[in-house]
Structures are given as structure tokens and as C-alpha cells.
Design a binder for this molecule. Sequence first.
Ligand code: MN
Ligand code: MN
Length: 281
Amino acid sequence: MEMTMLRFLESSGSTAIRNRPALFGCPLDQTSTFRSGSDKAPKAIREASDSIETYSPFLDRDLIDYKFADLGDIDFSNADMETCLNRIESFCSTILNHGAKPLALGGEHTVTLPIVRGLNKVCQDFVVIHLDAHTDLRESYEGASLNHATVIRRVVDLIGSERLIQLGIRSGTREEFAWMKQNGTLYQWDKGSEKSVLKRLNNREVYVTLDLDVMEPAFLPGTGNPEAGGWFYDDLERFFKMLTSVKLIGADVVELNPGLDKSGMSSVLAAKIVRELLLII
Ligand code: MN
Ligand code: MN
């Protein structure tokens, strides 16, 4: 896919990226509790992207027909968590000011919050679709209010539960599952489930946060907290198919851990997922 070949910076003119995806890496890995290493993910995804085709037979679209920006990685060196998140939010705001659509490569799942904050300043009625094995709805985790296990709760604090749809979730506390039931955020993802998701969306714009551990770990072992019983690729394709019929304003792909990806297949799958998202956005 050679994303680096297609890289162009803002110097090419702001109109060049209007309405186009602007890819950027968020190599953040400060709160991983089990197995760290997701900060290496943006680099691994870009490298893997060189090994796959630009053409998606599933979407019948080719990256060579679409312009997008790859703005590189945000620099987090010597920065504490708050500084990192502020940098992501202002980076995202810059992208939005140019009329482009953010497509972020994590990093840990925490990166989603500042992106949603940035989006929420310019659009107040979008829905977040959260794909994950885990609820990520804890009020606090290991004494901290913001990390990969609480990030979606913090998103809900910002936008409310009615603007959240969760898919693929199969791990969390009893309390988190009770919360999802009470708030109606968790949807089944069987054939035909698209109808109820689209009904909830009701034509509103959509932001997708895709924690790669939503996938079955047999296909994507390179992630910090693998959870059996995950999505097969055709579940994801059905999701992408649905996305082609909605107004997608941005996305993130998080929690790839290249250090745990012995065969490299997780990075290649992540790159394919990013290609499809680029083509859909
Ligand atoms: Mn997860
Ligand atoms: Mn997550």
C-alpha cells in the first residue's frame, strides 16, 4: 500500500486534504497493565502496509484513486499522560480545521478520548461505535481515572450513553455488563444486526474506535489483552459493508502490539483494516 509513498504534508495546501482521511500515529503506551508495546504499532502498520495491495476487492476501491494524508507520528518523548493527550487533541483539531477526517493509529486505547474531545468541539451529534473485546467502562482502574480500561467511560462522560454503540464485547466486570444492559449500548453482531444499529444511528455521523482485540486472537494474536471468542474476518467485513452506508467522520485502530506478533500476521491484518477504513472514509 506504500502509505509513506503517498505522504504529503500540509505544505501541499489545506484544500488538498479537505474531506480526505488524514492518517497519524499515536505511539502512546503508558498504562498497559498486562503486556506493553503498543507504542511500536504505527511503525509496524506502516511497514506491513507495504506488503499488501492498494486494491480492495471487497470494496472494489483502490487507494491509488484516492488522496489521503499521512501526517506521521505525534512526538510523545518525555511527555506525561496529560501532555500526550493534549497533543493528540490539538493535532486532531488542526486536522479538523483543515476539513480533513482523522484516522489515528494507536497506541493504547486511551488515545480515543482526546480525538473524541476534538471532534466534539466541531460536531455535537455524532455517534461513537466501539469495537472491542473489552467494555473499557470502568469508573477507575488501578487508582487512575483515565487509561485503556476506563477510556470509553470517559467518552460517555463527554457525549452520553445514547451516542455510544458497542460491538464485539465479551469481557468486563458484572457491573460493566449491567451498565451496558441498562444503557442499551451493547448490540449483537449477527447477520441482520445491521438494521438495529442503523436504526440507532438514525442518519447521524459516526466515529469508529476499533480495538483490534475485538478480533479472534487466533487471527490477531499480537495484542496486549487477547480474549477468546472474537470476531472472524467476515464479521468485520459485514461491519465495513455497513460503514459504507453511513457518514463516517473518523476512526482509530488501537492496541496492536508488534512485540507479541511473532509471525507478523497481526500487523498485516491491522494494515488491511486501515486500508479498508481509508477507502471507506
Ligand atoms: Mn480491548
Ligand atoms: Mn479497548
